[in-house]
Design a protein around this ligand. Structure first.
Ligand SMILES: [Zn+2]
Length: 222
């Protein structure tokens, strides 16, 4: 027998699996009100009854989007480090600047603290975040939890605030105003890949709600 659902009813069915038992509760991060965490239809959000803040969201195609944008971010990281980031032409001197060698030069010759911060915020944190999302979300698409996925997810939560590629990009643009007085500066392929990487990282992190990720991990791990 074929059962036909209306579009509204179909959307209401697209909820992520909840761990067995319950009821489950969610605390509002703004006013500390305790709510029973009921499933919400895809594309909608649960809001606090007291202050109206968003408690959690059921984002459309969450696992696919988080995995796809994270994979794209990892590929873009290879492009960023394989091609020149900036090209400086101060005749007769011509120099190309790559991100990884520039970070290494800061670490060893110039300012080690600045070099370490640059490596952490623009290389290490994005790799942990994007790699972790692929490692956790890809097996979840097939209903499995990867070995150590809970530990990786915890590391992703810790790393997320340190992913500052957009701040670095802004800093580069500001410093270009100064550099332009000394040499003719143009952007290399690495720079444009870095801009695309910033967008992909933002889309990957926003792809899946944290509550959904933990619920799915708990269900798949049982
Ligand atoms: Zn609230």
């Amino acid at each position: 027998m074929k059962i036909a659902f209306s579009r509204k009813r179909l959307r209401a069915l697209q909820t992520w699996p909840k761990p067995p038992g319950g009821p489950h509760y969610t605390v509002c991060h703004f006013c500390d009100t305790l709510h029973e965490s009921a499933p919400v239809p895809e594309g909608t959000a649960a809001r606090c009854k007291c202050c109206g803040a968003v408690l959690y969201q059921n984002r459309p195609a969450s696992l696919v989007r988080a995995t796809a944008f994270s994979l794209a971010a990892l590929i873009l990281m290879v492009v960023v480090h394989s091609f020149p980031f900036l090209i400086m032409d101060a005749k007769p001197f011509y120099r190309t600047l790559n991100l990884a060698p520039a970070t290494y030069a800061l670490l060893t010759e110039g300012s080690p603290i600045l070099g370490a911060a640059l490596a952490l915020f623009t290389i290490v944190a994005p790799i942990i975040l994007a790699g972790g999302l692929v490692y956790v979300c890809l097996p979840l698409m097939f209903g499995h939890a990867a070995p150590g996925a809970v530990v990786v997810a915890r590391w992703m939560n810790k790393t997320e605030p340190w992913n500052m590629i957009e701040v670095f990009l802004l800093g580069i643009l500001v410093s270009l105003l100064k550099l332009n007085q000394l040499a003719e500066v143009s952007f290399g392929a690495g720079f444009w890949a870095f801009g695309a990487l910033m967008l992909c990282m933002a889309a990957a992190v926003a792809g899946i709600d944290r509550d959904e990720l933990w619920d799915r991990l708990e269900v798949a791990g049982k």
